[in-house]
Write a protein of this length. Structure first.
Length: 191
């Protein structure tokens, strides 16, 4: 089993990265091969709307640090996406990477019953952290992205969310979220 993790926080020791690490560490113990990409340390641009992925190529035309990560996502069985919530949304680092997922769509994606180039049946783990403790706030983020990821063929998705964690290390005050990361890793890696 191949697990690819995209970390969207600019902080190296972020709370969202800690949740993702708990998941990937557990997955590795279960025999999964994992690869983590720290998006903030990579040089890449968002989608340039050049349409080369629809007219000339079957992948993104941009040759930057994200190209390897996109190929890894395409080859993965499980995708872990971890991001803090900034201004009511995922980080700009994560959003820029997701926008490049456009290259996974086939040229006729609007009418094709199988609109994506990705293999069906991938699994998604979406880890979100927010400084605001109010769980009612920003609850719309995961459903919005989950909708698109299902369209991309992700058949199973899981949310790991911690509210009220702002400073690095505060995730340790949410042991239930870290335990849930382990549980989901066991479930995803054994199915």
């Amino acid at each position: 089993m191949k697990v690819v993790c995209l970390l969207g926080s600019p902080r190296a020791k972020s709370n969202s990265a800690a949740i993702a690490k708990r998941f990937t560490d557990t997955a590795e113990k279960l025999g999964a091969e994992t690869k983590t990409y720290r998006l903030n340390q990579m040089a890449y641009r968002g989608c340039q709307a050049c349409m080369a992925c629809k007219t000339k190529l079957e992948k993104c035309a941009l040759k930057d640090d994200l190209a390897e990560a996109l190929e890894a996502v395409a080859q993965s069985d499980v995708l872990v996406m971890a991001s803090p919530v900034y201004f009511g949304e995922i980080s700009s680092q994560m959003k820029g990477a997701i926008d490049r997922f456009y290259s996974f769509l086939k040229p006729d994606y609007l009418t094709n019953p199988h609109p994506v180039r990705l293999a069906a049946g991938k699994k998604l783990v979406f880890a979100l952290t927010q400084g605001n403790p109010d769980e009612e706030l920003f609850g719309d983020i995961f459903p919005r992205y989950d909708y698109f990821m299902k369209w991309y063929g992700f058949s199973e998705s899981h949310l790991l969310r911690a509210c009220g964690v702002r400073e690095p290390g505060e995730i340790e005050t949410c042991p239930d979220v870290l335990l849930k990361a382990e549980e989901i890793a066991r479930k995803v890696c054994s199915s």
